[in-house]
Write a protein that binds this ligand. Structure first.
Ligand SMILES: Nc1ncnc2c1ncn2[C@@H]1O[C@H](COP(=O)(O)OP(=O)(O)OP(=O)(O)O)[C@@H](O)[C@H]1O
Ligand SMILES: [Mg+2]
Length: 391
């Protein structure tokens, strides 16, 4: 698929912008801080309801005096000889809304599944090097694009988790009594229901991603060390990890939802007294982790800087192939935000070669010359929240 047109109103530093895009490569060039990343962030946000820079959405609404209450991202997408007009309203004081082909507006998450994107950005190094939450975000963003209904499952799980934590904290303060414990049992069942769906879906997705990852890594790294991706879960084994540090977790693979439910139920029973003591939910998908291995060693802590880059990039290239194979919208739009400056010339030209077959690629760069010349066909200049034709 590709995006024909992007309109922004009061998004980040854009008051208004109209950008006609083309299939193939579109390159956005301009000095630092002018709005290049903001532009591609808008497209990523519309397709995943998440950003690579912030967790909430309020920073996406243009900051101005007097205060602005609404930002709008509008995209005309094209796939299979059909156009779809997608509009996302980000509202400061009311829930966000989506509008598809000018129909009545609906919940924001109804927009998922129309436009798919895969973004590669310097922040992706965090997937390899940093906390479990970075890796969970990676796999969950992909899961939501493959199966948009999971956006609802995540919302439900997070709601139950919050309420259950509140109940645990209350029970800790007042001392666990009969009534609060039976309420806790009821919350447990919801936690198990939504949480097990997430765990089973992540495990299955990781298994489908694994062969694609090996292929992608070998295509960019020209090295014969083999990358692997595995899941570890707080539902497995006898130990309980004390915080969001996944070192002590055990591997999980090839499980059905029903099997995860049984594991979850058993685990909740065994940690119940500890949870009441601590006032927090200690097991579930919010405590799980992906393990990235390079030649049997964890990439986190062992891989070199260059290897970590290749690993992060391979995760994204594998995601493209997975979305292409499993969704109805064909090639996802590939966004390369500020990555060429960080790559050596060999990796630059290999990346250029790999992405040149994707139906649409959006690239940002502060210095146009950092981008291999074959990718510099359609160039836009970005300056102070305005986009104009370049070169
Ligand atoms: N909500 C907002 N309202 C107004 N301006 C914003 C908002 N959010 C970010 N900005 C401004 O947008 C600018 C950053 O834009 P962006 O990140 O797109 O830059 P860039 O062109 O990608 O730069 P670089 O080359 O450094 O990556 C900053 O000047 C920032 O202050
Ligand atoms: Mg940028």
């Amino acid at each position: 698929m590709f995006i024909k047109h992007l309109s922004l109103a009061n998004f980040r530093n854009y008051e208004n912008a109209e950008v006609a895009l083309e299939p193939g490569v579109n390159l956005f060039v301009g000095p630092n801080g002018q709005g290049k990343t903001n532009l591609v962030e808008a497209i990523r946000y519309l397709s995943t309801l998440s950003s690579h820079r912030v967790s909430g959405y309020l920073p996406l609404i243009r900051h101005a005096q007097p205060e602005i209450d609404q930002a709008i991202i509008r995209v005309l997408a094209h796939h299979d000889s059909r156009d779809a007009l997608l509009e996302l309203e980000l509202n400061r004081h009311t829930p966000n809304r989506a509008r598809i082909n000018k129909a009545n507006s609906s919940r924001a998450r109804d927009i998922l599944g129309y436009v798919n994107t895969v973004t590669f950005a310097p922040e992706d190094l965090d997937i390899v090097k940093k906390d479990p939450s970075n890796r969970r975000d990676f796999i969950d963003e992909l899961l939501i694009q493959v199966s948009p209904r999971f956006a609802g499952v995540f919302t439900d799980y997070e709601r139950v988790l919050r309420q259950r934590n509140t109940l645990l904290r209350t029970a800790r303060q007042t001392g666990a009594k009969g009534t609060s414990l039976s309420t806790l049992d009821a919350w447990d069942e919801n936690l198990i229901k939504f949480g097990s769906e997430i765990v089973a879906a992540r495990v299955a997705l990781v298994e489908r991603l694994r062969p694609l990852l090996t292929e992608a890594y070998q295509a960019i790294a020209i090295a014969n060390n083999e990358p692997r991706i595995l899941m570890k879960s707080s539902l497995m084994g006898a130990t309980i990890s004390e915080d969001d540090d996944a070192e002590s977790l055990e591997y999980i693979d090839d499980v059905s939802v029903v099997e995860v439910e049984a594991l979850y139920r058993g685990k909740l029973q065994s940690v119940r007294s500890k949870e009441l003591e601590r006032g927090i939910t200690m097991v579930g998908p919010h405590r799980d982790d992906l393990v990235l291995l390079l030649s049997q060693l964890p990439a986190k802590g062992y891989a070199s800087h260059g290897e970590s880059w290749s690993f992060a990039l391979a995760l994204r290239l594998a995601s493209i192939n997975l979305l292409r194979a499993e969704t109805r919208s064909g090639d996802p739009v590939l966004i390369l935000d500020d990555v060429f400056a960080e790559l050596d010339s060999g990796r630059r030209s290999r990346l250029a070669e790999l992405v040149s077959t994707n139906e649409q690629v959006l690239i940002t760069a502060a210095v146009g010359e950092d981008v291999p010349s074959e990718l510099r066909a359609r160039v836009f200049n970005v300056k102070a929240g305005e986009v104009s034709d370049g070169e």
